[in-house]
Design a protein around this ligand. Sequence first.
Ligand SMILES: CC(C)(COP(=O)(O)OP(=O)(O)OC[C@H]1O[C@@H](n2cnc3c(N)ncnc32)[C@H](O)[C@@H]1OP(=O)(O)O)[C@@H](O)C(=O)NCCC(=O)NCCS
Length: 198
Amino acid sequence: MTAVKTAMTVPAAPTSEAAPFAIRAERPSDVAAREALLDVCFGPGRFARTCQRLRDGRKPAEGLAFVAVRRGKVVGTVRLWHVSAGGRAALMLGPLAVDPACRELGLGAALMNHALAAAAARGHDAVVLLGDAPYYARFGFSTGKTAALAMPGPFERDRLLAHELRDGALDGVAGMIAATGATVSQPRHDVATARRAA
Ligand SMILES: CC(C)(COP(=O)(O)OP(=O)(O)OC[C@H]1O[C@@H](n2cnc3c(N)ncnc32)[C@H](O)[C@@H]1OP(=O)(O)O)[C@@H](O)C(=O)NCCC(=O)NCCS
């Protein structure tokens, strides 16, 4: 298996505020900042999105959660999740988000390229996502193989995109996209509360 670099630096655009970005594996200490960033980027309705149904109660795929950091602050995030796409093992990418103050500097592209390279290096076959085709086409995503796939909730068909990391991985694929990743274990007090309520 190819070694996956856990960190890389991305030169910032040449502004007076120029400072390098680093992309590295997400750490437990990043979670609060990542959630705050997602609140800013997607608003309070983000938990109602159909993609979220594939992440609820699940852990991201091993080694496939990344943050972009600038001057010690989390300014970008991307994660990948195990799914079954019509019975085929695949990854669902999202959410991808960049701090509004750091956009248009190539950070979104750097996060995407880093995440896709890491997924390929770990031997994954394909990545699906719900997103804007005009943005994701540059990374190889299209609707070409997704016409017969479905999501567990409302979605816009022209936003269901896929990218094969192994040629032909999604040939003829059809059916529901379902979460298959490891579940997040309940905190002890929640388990005790659930037992008392049962
Ligand atoms: C989408 C997002 C991650 C892009 O981050 P970024 O760091 O600005 O991206 P990059 O600098 O790599 O790329 C910027 C380019 O993408 C284009 N772009 C950004 N969002 C786009 C979109 N929704 N559709 C089409 N093009 C888009 C920009 O116009 C720019 O184009 P250019 O290269 O021709 O100038 C960022 O805008 C974001 O966090 N948006 C809010 C959350 C979101 O929508 N996430 C994606 C879920 S679908």
